[in-house]
Design a protein around this ligand. Structure first.
Ligand code: MRU
Length: 348
């Protein structure tokens, strides 16, 4: 399953807000449409957001490629600012836009048509590399999966959240392929139910055994010894190993810690923010109240009630057993491994 692709000069994406009831595609012809799709979470998941932004940037470049070079670059700077403002937490968005702007800088002085062609190639490569990285993550992560593994996951770190295959679900897919998976437990992930709507959808579709639980059942399930390990994705990883991921991840990590169950974060190097000292500096997106006061369009709370709706939380490095990336597995002290990883990435 692939949530986003480039087709005849347009961006096509699966409208994830409609899943699991309907699998419908949306075609975006402008960068504004891509920006709206990210903001409205029709495309979501850190790596997928990055890919969408890169494709959106190419749409803008095509729109402006007949302008004089100076004006073309100026317009693209504004486009990057617009796309950056869609969602604040997943660092892959800013990483992808930086990659696109580096292409513009590399070809500065060339005809905008040439730069646009290079941008299109770069965006396609970025998507391709994300899929390859996830396969590699799956292979590497397999070494941490015991026979007959029962794995708990949260939110959706699957094919839908990436350019394809998935991060945490990538390892789960690899474990299923290797005959090492007994069952996946998935938290429904309130308020937007990415676990129930998207992760369960991906797994059921592929015949991977999955049991859906509500978020508040996770503690009981871990305490009863029903789970061997927890695997989640990440939206941003700070230099000390603190991880921002979907709200509820922190509670799960503490519960895993208390119950002596390994807690793995699975993420590509594009999800690391090497310059950010700790998770305390990661901006946490707050979304609208109706996501909490309503369920499937139906109100579940008294009108006018105050609501707090943070979309992500921070799990401190001390609760994380290891981070699985496409270039290796980082074990504690995470800070040391991340510093070395930062040097590798900077040298590429
Ligand atoms: O708000 P979302 O659905 O974009 O949040 C997604 C998550 O928190 C995922 O776990 C994370 O992006 C990792 S995806 C490989």
């Amino acid at each position: 399953m692939q949530p986003i692709w480039w087709e005849e000069g347009k961006v096509v994406l699966i409208d994830q807000s409609k899943l699991p009831h309907r699998q419908e595609n949306i075609t975006c012809s402008t960068y504004q449409e891509v920006g709206d799709a990210i903001r409205e979470m029709r495309v979501r998941g850190a790596p997928a957001i990055g890919v969408a932004a890169a494709f959106g940037f190419v749409l803008a470049a095509r729109e402006y490629e007949n302008l004089p070079a100076g004006l073309f670059s100026q317009k693209l700077r504004k486009v990057a600012t617009f796309l950056s403002a869609t969602r604040p937490t997943a660092v892959n968005l800013f990483w992808a836009l930086r990659k696109m702007q580096m292409v513009v800088a590399e070809y500065i002085g060339d005809d905008p048509h040439i730069i646009t062609n290079e941008l299109e190639k770069a965006a396609l490569k970025l998507a391709e590399e994300d899929r390859d990285n996830n396969r590699r993550i799956g292979e590497l992560g397999l070494s941490l999966v015991c026979p007959n593994a029962r794995i708990l996951t949260h939110c959706n770190a699957g094919a839908l959240a990436t350019a394809g295959y998935g991060t945490a679900l990538g390892v789960i897919r690899a474990a299923q392929g290797a005959g090492r998976l007994e069952r996946v437990y998935v938290d429904e992930t309130r308020p937007l139910l990415q676990g129930a709507r998207l992760t369960a959808y991906e797994l059921v579709k592929e015949g991977i055994p999955v049991t859906l639980i509500t978020d508040n059942m996770a503690g009981y399930v871990l305490q009863q010894g029903m789970v061997d390990l927890v695997m989640v994705g990440a939206d941003r990883i700070a230099a000390n190993g603190d991880v921002a991921n979907k709200i509820g991840t922190y509670s799960l990590a503490v519960l895993a810690w208390v119950n002596n169950i390994p807690f793995y974060v699975v993420a590509p190097t594009s999800s690391f923010d090497f310059q950010l000292a700790t998770g305390a500096h990661i901006p946490i997106e707050e979304r609208e109240a109706h996501e909490v006061t309503h369920f499937l369009g139906q109100s579940t709370a008294p009108a006018g009630v105050d609501v707090f709706n943070p979309s992500f939380d921070i799990t401190q490095a001390e609760y994380i057993t290891a981070i699985i990336t496409e270039v290796g597995i980082l074990a504690p002290p995470l800070k040391v491994g991340i510093e070395k990883l930062g040097e590798v990435v900077a040298g590429e």
